[in-house]
Design a protein around this ligand. Structure first.
Ligand code: PMP
Length: 405
């Protein structure tokens, strides 16, 4: 697309410029984690070089700077996902911790025996197991929305699953195994007819499509920094203020309190109420820098470019004899899961690595979605905006070569 220069963008990512087994690295493992631009690496280094302190604003100059940097990043996150207030932005370690937080606070308080939690079959284990744990504890039940043979949600089935017992709906916005983009806006509207609360797992969407939590009317929205070009160890739970007010805290400790006596503790207001202990301050600063970087390129540009690349990759891959693409939704992010008829996935992964091409093989923490298609695992190249057509050509050539042997 116009205004999108992938050669220039690639210069921002030092890690991309190296050889693996004598071949230029092709990073096609973006659904697992993304690479970091220099601006993020520098922001983290700069924080530790000049501003490092714990966040207790009043104490001294570095404490004030660290607090400003940490809270400044929170404001960037608010803007990036279109939340109404920074009090709705809670820092966590990542999507997994975020979903556990919601399940263990909202879920434990509000789920009653016989209540139903609706999930899709496309969910990552991080959006299944926390709900199983709280459902077991509270006597609630889990219902699963099926997909068609392309890996798209069957909306009639979803509608049928919803009812007066539906208390909570938790859905991924984009599937990490198949790439399907779910129509979450519509799905949230349908859930609201029964007054159910809805969590959207944004781990695979925020870096690839524009997101606005108020437009979606999501009650909770969760994502991981490391999947959007930020460091590991930092992630976000967005929650509507009125819900966060009603939820009990999760972990107890410093920062989440207003007043502690042995008789009684008064908790802090959100978001501090959910941020016990010293947070990942430097990583939060890195996340702020990553969002600045993405905003500069523009998610519309990113989505358009990646869509073209995904279509191109799909075309190249489906032309290869004996290759079965899994996940052929109309609307998808750049996840190109496939299996080969005559070779185990792990072996293909190793052969690709020999050629410098990094892909993930295995179940990708989404076993139910792969079993729906009769496989236990796939080979999964996954794209980001720094990938190129030439890299896809190389992937296709190597797979063609493997298949011909
Ligand atoms: N949900 C989805 C859709 C994911 O792709 C992932 C990461 N693979 C997660 C949740 C878990 O994220 P994290 O490991 O960063 O907590």
């Amino acid at each position: 697309p116009e205004g999108f220069d992938v050669a220039t963008i690639r210069k921002d990512f030092p890690v991309l410029h190296q050889n693996i087994h004598g071949k230029p690295l092709v990073w096609f493992d973006n659904a697992a984690t993304t690479q970091k631009p220099l601006s993020v690496i520098n922001a983290v280094a700069q924080f530790y070089a000049t501003d490092n302190s714990n966040i207790h604003r009043g104490a001294h100059t570095l404490a004030a700077r660290a607090t400003d940097a940490y809270e400044g990043a929170r404001e960037k996150i608010r803007q990036f996902i279109g939340a109404a207030s920074t009090s709705e932005i809670i820092y966590v370690r990542g999507t997994t911790e975020g979903i556990n937080l919601v399940a263990q606070t909202w879920g434990r308080k509000f789920l009653q025996p016989g209540d139903e939690i609706v999930l899709s079959i496309l969910e990552h284990h991080a959006n299944i197991v926390p709900w199983q744990m709280v459902a077991h504890e509270r006597g609630a039940r889990i219902k699963v929305v099926p997909v068609n043979d392309r890996g798209e949600i069957i909306m009639e089935e979803y509608t049928k699953l919803l009812g007066p017992r539906t208390k909570f709906v938790s859905l991924t916005q984009a599937s990490n195994g198949l790439g399907t983009i779910l129509p979450v806006r519509e799905m949230i509207q349908l859930a609201k007819r029964f007054d159910a609360k809805v969590l959207i797992d944004g781990a695979q969407s925020v870096a690839h499509i524009p997101v606005n939590v108020q437009d979606l009317d999501a009650d909770f929205f969760v994502f991981s920094g490391h999947k959007i070009f930020a460091p590991t160890g930092i992630g976000v739970v967005y929650g509507k203020r009125e819900l966060l007010e009603l939820m009990p805290p999760w972990q107890g400790g410093g920062n989440m309190i207003q007043d502690v006596r042995f008789e009684e503790t008064v908790y802090n207001e959100p978001p501090a109420k959910f941020e016990a202990g010293t947070p990942s301050i430097g990583d939060a600063v890195g996340l702020g820098a990553a969002l600045d970087y993405v905003r500069k390129i523009g998610l519309d540009n990113i989505a358009r470019y990646e869509h073209e690349l995904t279509e191109y990759g799909t075309e190249r891959l489906i032309g290869i004899p004996g290759l079965r693409l899994i996940g052929t939704a109309q609307n998808k992010v750049g996840v190109l899961s496939f299996v080969l008829n005559n070779l185990p996935n792990e072996e293909v992964g190793k052969l690709l690595d020999q050629e410098g091409i990094a892909v993930r093989t295995g179940h990708h923490c989404t076993q139910p979605s792969l079993r729906r298609f009769g496989v236990e695992g796939t080979i999964r190249p996954s794209l980001a905006f720094y990938n190129t057509r030439e890299e896809i050509d190389r992937l296709a050539e190597v797979i063609n070569h493997i298949q011909r042997r």
